[in-house]
Design a protein around this ligand. Structure first.
Ligand code: ADP
Ligand code: MG
Ligand code: MG
Length: 212
């Protein structure tokens, strides 16, 4: 399965479906250690992205670039999500779009895409691993992707999604030192970070889109 613009469009659709299905769970996680809006924020954002993409057909007569789809995701998330996660995911997808200005992604460009997304989140939020944020899902995802090797870009994505999943679960015992959850101090321990969980869902959707 080529990781081309068709895949990127399916990634958006799969992400929107996964976020809609998990909306209440994400909201509940954010209710525990935040303000209870993460599910609603992302659901609103990804519905808008789907609508925007449907209204933006692939260009006539030339192959659509993966980065063009991801750029549309970025600008739409930035203008519709709000909160902390809107600018963070917006910057992630914007940087990823620049790393993906090609018709299809090979192994090294999937790694570059994920690295760019993480760098964008770190530049925007100044969080480092272990602060109980979405970085704790993205960082192991990038590490696993870079370590995968081989020549199957979908295998790289799968390794990233698995690592993000484990990274998100591993936020449970952490004490938050960035974002709204940090206001709770020690009481933030014992709950999974909502942004780390949504990251794991988005990366899993990237794999499902490739398997479709
Ligand atoms: P808000 O906190 O403004 O209500 P959301 O609920 O949509 O925004 O998103 C909260 C998530 O954003 C957190 O679970 C965390 O993963 C992420 N987050 C918050 N601040 C930062 C930061 N400085 N760096 C990285 N991620 C962050
Ligand atoms: Mg919130
Ligand atoms: Mg909020």
């Amino acid at each position: 399965m080529a990781l081309d613009a068709g895949w990127a469009r399916r990634w958006v659709a799969e992400s929107a479906a996964a976020i809609a299905a998990a909306r209440d769970d994400l909201t509940e996680l954010d209710r525990q250690i935040g303000d209870g809006d993460h599910g609603a924020n992302l659901d609103r954002g990804f519905r808008a992205v789907v609508a925007k993409l449907e209204a933006t057909p692939a260009p006539d007569g030339e192959a659509e670039q993966v980065g063009a789809v991801l750029k549309l995701v970025a600008t739409t998330l930035m203008s519709t999500v709000g909160g902390a996660s809107g600018p963070l995911y917006g910057t992630a997808f914007l940087r990823a779009s620049k790393a993906a200005s090609r018709e299809a992604l090979d192994v090294s460009s999937v790694v570059a895409l994920l690295e760019a997304a993480l760098e964008g989140i770190e530049a925007r939020g100044h969080a480092t691993p272990g602060e109980k944020t979405m970085v704790d899902a993205w960082q192991p995802a990038v590490e696993a992707a870079a370590a995968t090797g081989g020549d199957d870009p979908v295998a790289v994505l799968r390794a990233a999604a698995d690592a993000a999943d484990a990274g998100s679960t591993a936020t449970i015992p952490l004490v938050a030192t960035k974002g709204r959850a940090s206001y709770l101090g020690e009481r933030s321990a014992g709950h999974e970070d909502p942004g780390a969980r949504s990251t794991a869902l988005l990366l899993r959707a990237a794999v499902s889109a490739a398997d479709a």
